[in-house]
Design a protein around this ligand. Structure first.
Ligand SMILES: Cc1cc2nc3c(=O)[nH]c(=O)nc-3n(C[C@H](O)[C@H](O)[C@H](O)COP(=O)(O)O)c2cc1C
Length: 216
């Protein structure tokens, strides 16, 4: 273990690929986000749509996990989950959340902060209907974030719901659907040599986006 600890203590790499300037960024952060997402997709990054989302309970105790962004637009970014999960419960207590995309292959990260709300039922319905059948059944079988006795119990529930919905469309469970995070803050980070990274922030002030640079 000591060898491993020494190794992680000594790993270094420089960031060389690109730069980011206030003068060349988009005026609207969602457009800048779209541009970087398109470049992450083009770079064939594995799971460019994976983002880490931090939520916190009403005491401010934080928790993080990865989810997939499934859509975005001028109003915000959308992901889907179980409303009764830990993250769902925390968002019910505290709508503030923070998201991170890490795209190491292009030496970039994006931070987004905002407030989450549930999307309209029709939007959750439409997305749920587009999911593979086994995932739809899984949304019924899994009481996400609750304790479960064994793997067998979960598989048994999957089988039971499979039988219940045989020959029928699987309806969206009432406890499953989308959240839209309405952003108030974006930070675009581009790795640069000698740890002198570029960090460009968009902060929403009275419904206008102020753009500024942070020290690395
Ligand atoms: C790459 C990846 C993508 C994931 N995507 C989702 C997702 O879109 N929705 C979701 O509910 N959980 C997703 N998960 C599982 C979550 O990370 C997490 O385990 C689960 O949502 C329970 O979190 P919670 O107990 O904090 O609510 C994903 C996990 C990984 C590693």
């Amino acid at each position: 273990m000591e060898e491993l600890r020494n190794y992680i203590n000594s790993i270094r790499r420089d960031f060389m690929q690109r730069e980011l300037n206030e003068s060349s960024v988009e005026k609207m952060p969602i457009k800048q986000f779209a541009q970087w997402m398109a470049e992450a997709v083009d770079a064939q990054i594995l799971d460019p749509h994976a983002m880490v989302i931090a939520t916190a309970n009403s005491n401010g105790k934080p928790s993080v996990r990865t989810v997939y962004i499934r859509d975005f637009n001028e109003s915000g970014i959308i992901f889907y989950t179980n409303f009764n999960s830990r993250k769902g419960k925390e968002l019910a207590e505290n709508v503030d959340c923070s998201v991170l995309f890490l795209w190491e292959e292009v030496e970039r990260q994006i931070r987004i902060e905002g407030k989450a709300e549930k999307v309209a039922e029709e939007i959750s319905d439409a997305y749920f209907a587009s999911r593979p059948r086994e995932s739809q059944i899984g949304a019924w079988a899994s009481q996400q974030s609750e304790k479960i006795k064994s793997r067998e119990e979960l598989e048994k529930k999957q089988k039971e719901y499979s039988q219940q919905f045989e020959g029928k469309e699987v309806p969206r469970p009432p406890h499953w659907g989308g959240y839209i995070i309405k952003p108030e803050y974006f930070e675009f980070w581009q790795g640069r040599p000698n740890r002198l990274h570029d960090r460009i922030v968009y902060e929403k002030k009275h419904s206008l986006w102020e753009i500024y640079r942070l020290n690395p």
